[in-house]
Write a protein of this length. Structure first.
Length: 340
């Protein structure tokens, strides 16, 4: 009896897994693949080619007026589908209309604004926001932080498998040391309760759970910001205590920015931008900031030099000189006026 061919969703999952892509990448790719299939009336991708791939991408750019990053995301998903799932090479898309990628500067908060924002937070949300700003962490890096990667002795944090699969070392702010140690004491109590209840195994990346079967139960592998509730793993159904949900922190930072009356569109990543800019303003070498941020190219870090200048590139407006002259003229007595 001939074996049944795996579903497209299962084939995508296998292709993603063998390349160690993140679960979020898999979800995003599957979203755009479904979008592509529905756009063509539920036709199977194996029955279509470059012309059909180009059509929805052009529609996104011309009709939906999406950002260039959105169109590139859809394009990458479809290229991955055909190259790694269907094992087909697509020719270059000559008729593809590319959305224009605008050059934008990152939103950066002043030190006073950061202080006001953090003052609106408390508990683990304050801790996470403080690490986003004080260590330059991305939100996902903060969520995935393990106990063993926080080095209190050397005042540093080891970021494992960051963006691009890279590890790096960044600073552990002195102001969060005691609050973080107190927080870890609460997390350890939760972990002990889990072990007593027959749980306590945390999710491990790659094949570590097979190589070291007991490692998931060890304290060092637990998430620093563990969820208050246990939940079932989506793929395996195993009940574990995962890290806190990203939306919890994102919503808290948004609300805190509003409560602090910050008019800028501030979010979690804004704190990372502010970390880099304030370090450069304090005189830190740009190469050091590049290493702390985990940028592959220093040109990526140099974007913050455009933000850190006072005003627009440190230029003084001619209106300010004009206003000074006007003030000078106001102080002079009017011509022909009698002395006081």
């Amino acid at each position: 009896m001939q074996s049944k061919e795996p579903r497209l969703r299962d084939r995508l999952h296998q292709a993603i897994s063998v390349r160690f892509y993140s679960r979020r990448t898999e979800q995003t790719y599957w979203y755009w693949i479904r979008y592509f299939i529905r756009f063509h009336g539920m036709r199977h991708p194996s029955d279509m080619g470059a012309a059909e791939v180009t059509a929805p991408l052009n529609w996104l750019a011309a009709e939906r007026n999406v950002a260039a990053a959105t169109q590139n995301q859809a394009l990458n998903a479809l290229l991955f589908l055909y190259k790694h799932v269907l094992d087909r090479e697509l020719p270059w898309f000559d008729g593809l209309v590319r959305a224009k990628r605008p050059v934008r500067l990152p939103v950066v908060l002043s030190e006073a604004e950061v202080r006001r924002l953090l003052a609106q937070l408390d508990g683990f949300k304050w801790l996470m926001a403080s690490l986003l700003y004080g260590a330059g962490l991305r939100l996902q890096e903060c969520l995935m932080l393990r106990v063993k990667d926080v080095d209190f002795a050397y005042r540093q944090i080891v970021v494992r498998d960051g963006k691009g699969g890279k590890d790096r070392v960044t600073v552990l702010p002195e102001n969060v040391v005691q609050p973080l140690q107190a927080h870890l004491g609460k997390v350890r109590s939760l972990h002990r309760c889990d072990l007593e209840d027959g749980y306590g195994e945390v999710w491990l990346p790659h094949a570590l759970s097979r190589k070291y079967p007991r490692a998931g139960y060890e304290w060092g592998w637990q998430f620093v910001f563990s969820s208050k509730n246990r939940s079932a793993e989506p793929e395996t159904g195993v009940i574990r205590r995962h890290h806190v949900y990203p939306d919890t922190v994102q919503r808290a930072v948004k609300r805190s920015a509003q409560a602090a009356q910050i008019m800028k569109p501030a979010g979690c990543h804004t704190l990372r931008h502010s970390f880099a800019t304030h370090l450069l303003q304090s005189g830190q070498d740009i190469r050091t900031v590049q290493e702390l941020l985990g940028h592959s190219d220093v040109s990526t870090t140099m974007i913050y030099t455009h933000v850190m200048n006072k005003g627009a590139r440190g230029v003084r407006s001619p209106l300010d000189r004009l206003e000074q002259r006007r003030a000078k003229y106001r102080c002079m007595p009017a011509q022909g006026a009698a002395p006081a």
